[in-house]
Design a protein around this ligand. Structure first.
Ligand code: PGA
Ligand code: ZN
Length: 423
């Protein structure tokens, strides 16, 4: 059983140049590990609290020295020398030590970094690859690798708002391996670079998650250009490559209206617009089609999409068990976007995952817009059996760290990519 010998932390920078937390964990048996945590930009209001220094003289207030100090002092003092039978016990101790509902005292960034560093050190002590240890934590066999959902075009908060919706992603639905999926994505990405230059005189500059961000006239142009890129890449839209969208609509929802492409839409009009996109383009997943507080209309959205696309909740659910239970009861969604740092420990995220699975939902395991070179997310998506993984574009190394780790896991295990929903 793992006994903590030492815990420490360091402030490092994420892919947007903003501070985040890296934790160090050493066990009595000598196993050691580190883990770095990501951070979002288009955050849901119900997310666990990221502790920042609020010192305007340093990183505009975004410093993480207080979170780091919490690991090195209070958390280390409380946990050093203690033996934990499993991850759940460690995570319960972290949550109890913090004592708040949203991890605001010690910081979810501090707690999650320790939670994952401990999991990694424990895996090292057991001499298990991290993905296998993650599978054991939730008691499920390793069967498949997640299907890739790769950011092609960005808008919204990740690209200066040149178009309202946040991501158009390509989904290599025909690929049976990560390797094939990435090769197909490369062909589409290169075609999209060409189309962005021809149609918008836009250079291949990248947004927060590595996507291209030409000045599209509106959402339809964004989707149409994605389909054209698939075709120019020599692939069949829908059959080889489908699309997914993150509408991230909480961020253009004001006073009950959706401010989209210069129009102010009611929820019913917004749902009709999304249904039109799904009818016209090969979209198989719609994330945050409605705002995080627009609970009344989510069931209508789900009914409208149910035959064709997932109704995927990110800001709506915030990987929060209570919100997921509410959404299951209300039939507000049928898929969970799982971001561990929205809830703050691995065990609570595992509970969210289990609730979604028990309801028959699909799960997309997701990175954040502010990422690090750490790649535990790839192990998590494989270990927990996520249907899809969303880590951004195939450019920028904080994204590639996860894709390259998936390639490694594929090489090691020979597991196939899940064939849903084409099987
Ligand atoms: P975020 O965006 O990491 O900036 O919150 C990702 C998403 O909305 O899916
Ligand atoms: Zn989202």
């Amino acid at each position: 059983m793992p006994t903590i010998r030492a815990l420490s932390a360091l402030e490092i920078l994420d892919s947007r140049g903003r501070p985040t937390v890296k934790a160090y964990c050493e066990l009595e048996g000598g196993a050691r590990a580190t883990a770095s945590v990501p951070s979002g930009a288009s955050t849901g209001r119900a997310e666990a609290y990221e502790l920042r220094d609020n010192d305007p003289a340093r990183y505009g207030g975004l410093g993480c020295r207080r979170a780091v100090a919490n690991v090195k002092t209070e958390i280390a003092e409380a946990l050093t020398g203690r033996t934990f039978t499993d991850q759940r016990e460690l995570d319960a101790a972290l949550a109890a030590l913090d004592g708040t509902a949203n991890k605001s005292r010690l910081g979810a960034n501090a707690l999650l970094a320790v939670s994952i560093a401990f999991a990694r050190a424990h895996a090292a002590e057991l001499e298990l690859p991290l993905y296998r240890h993650f599978a054991d934590l939730v008691g499920r066999p390793l069967r498949t690798l997640p299907r890739l959902t790769i950011n092609l075009f960005s808008g919204g908060k990740h690209a200066g708002g040149q178009v309202a919706i946040q991501d158009v992603l390509i989904v290599p639905v025909a690929a049976r391996t990560v390797d094939e999926g990435l090769a197909a994505a490369y062909a589409v990405y290169q075609a999209a670079v060409g189309l962005s230059a021809e149609r918008y005189h836009a250079r291949a500059l990248t947004a927060d998650e590595g996507g291209l961000a030409p000045p599209f006239e509106g959402v339809e142009a964004m989707l149409e250009t994605a389909v054209a890129a698939i075709e120019r890449g020599g692939l069949a839209p829908g059959r080889d490559i489908a699309l997914a969208v993150d509408v991230a609509s909480s961020h253009f929802y004001r006073a009950g209206r959706y401010e989209l492409d210069g129009a102010e839409l009611s929820a019913e009009q917004m749902i009709a617009r999304i249904a039109q996109w799904v009818a016209r383009y090969p979209i198989i997943s719609v994330e945050d089609g409605l705002a995080e507080d627009d609970w009344a209309h989510w069931p209508t959205l789900r009914d409208a999409l149910t035959e064709d696309a997932l109704t995927l909740g990110d800001d709506l659910l915030c990987t929060n068990p209570e919100r997921i239970e509410r959404a299951v009861a209300a039939r507000a969604a049928d898929a969970l976007l799982l971001k561990v740092n929205q809830i703050g420990t691995l065990s609570e995220a595992a509970r969210s995952y289990a609730l979604a699975r028990d309801a028959g939902w699909r799960v997309t395991v997701s990175a954040r817009s502010g990422e690090t070179e750490d790649h535990w997310l790839a192990d998590l998506a494989v270990g927990w059996g996520g249907d899809q993984i969303k880590v951004g574009s195939i450019t920028r190394s904080e994204r590639l760290a996860k894709y390259n780790r998936l390639l490694e896991i594929e090489h090691e295990t020979g597991l196939p990519v899940t064939t849903w929903p084409n099987d």
